[in-house]
Design a protein around this ligand. Structure first.
Ligand code: UT7
Length: 331
């Protein structure tokens, strides 16, 4: 058995900035409401025709560069997204082709906001058993083409943004610097509290005229319900990781929560009693980028010097499924 660690991280955000004032033009909302309720000031949207694998490719190149590796040194790809370019095949296959990797295996993970935490756990297992040497883990999303940009859709539309983050996971030569543990949970009884119904294999055709009229190809979210669960479940998964590793909250060098809503993060931070300076947030600039939010934040935190070798880093997420979980690493 080997130990696995993150060898490098990278991220990529589309250039186009969409401010809250821009959204005021499209729906009955206000900059003040969005800032107060979510903490978001602006988000990024792609230009037409740009997909999650285009964003993921740029993030992957940066992660490879930071790990000092060439694409050919990747043995396996894990791609987390809820906004795939096609119904099938998955984005992992498309990225594999864009990276010029001939027959390397590629897996898509459909675990929404928790997708990156699940993907990292899978990569950890493959590295520890010696199956693969270097695994590229990507979280990438294009939400902007799937949001209802009017007053009916405003509760969801103002939250989400596009972006991608990636890491390369490989063997740790120094046993102390490693992924310490992963904690993965799901509870399907809440699936329809936050979901995208259509197109659906329950219908023929999979998108009917009626479904189109009713806007059932836009995400549905019971915002307040999701909010409460996000706060409880993310703090519980951090506590679970601490207990498993016999650590206290004081031992955590940096906490990165899935960037769902600044108020959710603040509630988790208050409850865990972790000093805010040990928590990284960038939702103000990017909104909620679901599977991409943690790897983007991790990359920025590393580049800003917020994480030093030997630090304990905790990543925690919650989202549709419901799914939630945490990864604890010694950086
Ligand atoms: O990524 C993981 C999954 N997602 C999340 O974790 C998100 C969880 N939920 C949330 O972040 C929050 O519930 C929201 C940001 C979506 C909504 O904030 P809230 O404080 O829970 O507001 P609310 O849904 O209780 O709505 C309060 C009011 C309502 O008006 P009335 O009924 O009080 O007259 C809404 O119609 O705010 C109204 N509203 C808006 N007003 C202006 C809802 N969306 C908007 C909007 N602009 N965009």
């Amino acid at each position: 058995m080997y130990n696995a660690r993150i060898l490098g991280a990278g991220s990529y955000l589309p250039e186009k900035i969409v401010t809250n004032a821009d959204l005021e033009e499209l729906m009955d909302t206000s900059d003040e409401w969005i800032r107060q309720r979510t903490g978001i000031h602006e988000r990024r949207f792609v230009e037409p025709g740009v997909g999650p694998t285009d964003l993921g490719l740029q993030a992957a190149r940066r992660a490879l560069q930071s790990a000092g590796l060439a694409p050919e040194q990747i043995d396996f790809i894990i791609f987390a997204t809820l906004s795939p370019e096609y119904g099938f095949p998955g984005c992992g296959c498309l990225l594999q082709e864009k990276l010029g990797l001939d027959t390397v295996g590629a897996l898509d993970v459909r675990n929404q906001c928790t997708g990156f935490v699940y993907s990292l756990a899978i990569a950890d297992q493959f590295i520890r058993t010696g199956t693969y040497g270097h695994i590229l883990v990507v979280g990438a999303e294009v939400h902007s083409t799937g949001l209802e940009m009017n007053t009916r859709g405003r509760d969801v539309a103002v939250i989400f943004g596009d972006g991608a983050g990636a890491v390369v996971v490989g063997r740790s030569e120094n046993g102390d610097r490693r992924i310490l543990s992963s904690h993965l949970h799901a509870q399907g009884k809440y699936a329809r509290k936050l979901y995208l119904e259509a197109p659906s294999s329950l219908h023929y055709p999979r998108m009917t005229e009626k479904m189109l009229r009713e806007g059932r190809y836009y995400p549905y979210m019971d915002g307040r319900y999701v909010f409460k669960h996000a706060v409880d479940r993310m703090q519980n998964s951090v506590r679970e990781a601490l207990a498993e590793n016999h650590l206290e909250i004081e031992d955590v060098g940096l906490l990165i929560l899935h960037q769902a809503n600044l108020r959710i993060s603040e509630a988790v931070v208050r409850s865990l009693k972790i000093p805010p300076e040990r928590v990284f947030s960038n939702i103000q600039r990017y909104g909620n980028t679901t599977a991409a939010s943690i790897p983007i934040a991790l990359d920025e935190a590393v580049r800003e010097g917020r994480v030093q070798p030997g630090d304990v880093v905790v990543l925690a997420a919650f989202g549709s499924g419901f799914t939630w979980g945490a990864s604890m690493l010694r950086w």
